[in-house]
Design a protein around this ligand. Structure first.
Ligand SMILES: Nc1ncnc2c1ncn2[C@@H]1O[C@H](COP(=O)(O)OP(=O)(O)O)[C@@H](O)[C@H]1O
Ligand SMILES: [Mg+2]
Length: 238
């Protein structure tokens, strides 16, 4: 079996201490492989966002191990973690808003600024990402002037601009009407199919979860059910 892109082993994470300590993750293990879509599902408060933040190197576990393509994230320096995150991951989170007063183009270029690319290459790559989401005509608009669906497409363009291997999406359609939500879903699954991107999505939406290759169910910080990778998927990935 090929090496997983993400390999989490026995992840623990608590908030607070003493009397007010809350164990949000109590030993979670999962793998995500290249080119698969994985849904993380469970009730509100089950630990989904905490898990996604840890998988995405936005937060560190209290214990347990996370390997990104075999690299132990716990052994990396902070700057190396940031570089890995910026190069390998794209984010479609509700709380990762676009900067409202900046243009759509500036918003999409941000990961490339962090990566240290020159202006000319930043513009070229950001425009290519915007074109792939049919948003290039909005490049000069302020982000506030976009509709909800256009904003989420701009967020996806920003997530894509560094050609990530994994896209993390936390309730990506939560703020959208169902028709617009379906368009955004189609775009995300298109990326999995056409670019071999791994999609890790947190969702309350059963239909969205059902579209994913696999589902991991969390309850009270534990995995209570997880779909096995199917033989068909094994064959594709082998
Ligand atoms: N920063 C925090 N401080 C204290 N408790 C937190 C914090 N973040 C999350 N929690 C608690 O941890 C649990 C899991 O939260 P979360 O991962 O956001 O769940 P979900 O995304 O499944 O709704 C919840 O009970 C939540 O209240
Ligand atoms: Mg959450």
């Amino acid at each position: 079996m090929p090496q997983p892109v993400l390999d989490a082993r026995s992840i623990h994470k608590s908030y607070g201490r003493g009397e007010s300590r809350f164990d949000a993750l109590r030993g979670v293990s999962l793998e995500a492989h290249a080119g698969e879509s994985l849904a993380i599902v469970g009730k509100s408060g089950s630990g989904k966002s905490t898990l996604m933040h840890i998988l995405a190197l936005l937060d560190a576990p209290d214990s347990g191990a996370l390997r990104i393509r075999g690299t132990d994230a716990g052994e990396l320096r902070r700057s190396e973690v940031q570089r890995l995150r910026n190069e390998e991951f794209g984010f479609v989170f509700q709380q990762f808003f676009l900067t409202p007063d900046a243009t759509v183009l500036e918003n999409v270029m941000l990961p490339l600024v962090i990566a240290g690319l020159g202006r000319r290459e930043r513009v070229e790559r950001a425009m290519a990402a915007l074109r792939s989401l049919e948003l290039d005509d909005k490049a000069g608009n302020r982000a506030t002037d976009l509709s909800g669906g256009q904003k989420q497409r701009a967020v996806i363009a920003r997530a894509l601009v560094n050609e990530p291997s994994v896209i993390f999406a936390d309730e990506p359609t939560g703020n959208l009407d169902s028709a617009t939500g379906l368009i955004v879903e189609d775009i995300l699954f298109g990326l999995v199919r056409e670019r071999g991107i791994t999609l890790v999505v947190v969702t309350h939406d059963d239909d969205l979860a059902a579209r994913c290759d696999r589902r991991v169910h969390l309850r009270d910080g534990l995995v209570v059910a997880a779909d096995a990778r199917t033989d068909a998927l094994e064959a594709v990935l082998a």
